[in-house]
Design a binder for this molecule. Structure first.
Ligand code: COA
Length: 172
């Protein structure tokens, strides 16, 4: 049987991926993509967009804090803020890959356009789509915000360790 040498023995490059988003707030759907991507790449940078047109409910500091809490213990995951173009951020961080989660066919058209645009702006970064697990198909940050606003149960949608903080901010 042929033994495959380790990447370090062959001199292969370490691979860095970026998983960008607003994470307003992060959900179990995001965490699922983060966990699975972190197993594939040497370093995963979760990149939080700061100049968002959507006027986020949570500040950048809060969104970063949530992500840091839910990824504590994942040694190759870094949380970073970015503004401007994702393609430029990927270049400055030396990232080879941009990870996007796909939930439904409705996500595809927009994501396809973004992937083509990003590859035009930075041909060095390849967009990879990862399908969301079926449990999280229906999830989105805005659904989570709406449920929290009216005090509904967030179990199974958002990691337990950040639920109270989400209610504290949003519950009416
Ligand atoms: N599980 C659960 N929810 C998910 C999900 C998953 N796996 N993947 C996406 N979502 C949700 C998000 O929470 C978000 O929900 P919301 O609309 O209720 O807030 C929604 O799906 C859209 O997510 P996404 O497509 O990741 O958009 P985003 O706004 O979070 O992030 C950026 C978009 C940051 C990736 C993009 O705007 C960007 O790259 N901006 C920088 C500017 C740039 O370079 N533009 C491109 C060139 S024109």
């Amino acid at each position: 049987m042929t033994a495959f040498p380790a990447a370090t023995e062959t001199g292969d490059m370490m691979k860095t991926a970026i998983y960008p988003g607003s994470f307003d707030p992060c959900t179990n759907g995001h965490l699922d993509i983060i966990t699975r991507s972190a197993k594939i790449f040497d370093t995963l940078i979760v990149a939080v967009l700061t100049n968002n047109n959507k006027a986020p409910a949570f500040s950048v500091e809060e969104r970063i804090d949530f992500l840091q809490r839910v990824t504590a213990g994942m040694e190759n995951v870094r949380i970073a803020a970015f503004s401007g173009l994702l393609a430029d951020f990927a270049r400055t961080r030396g990232a080879d890959v941009i990870i996007k989660g796909l939930r439904a066919v409705s996500d595809f058209e927009y994501e396809f356009q973004m992937a083509l645009t990003n590859s035009k702006l930075n041909p060095g970064a390849e967009t990879l789509f990862m399908t969301t697990s079926t449990d999280n198909m229906y999830l989105s940050s805005s659904v989570v915000r709406e449920i929290a606003m009216y005090g509904g149960a967030l179990d199974g949608m958002v990691p337990e360790e950040i639920q109270t903080k989400i209610y504290d901010k949003l519950r009416r």
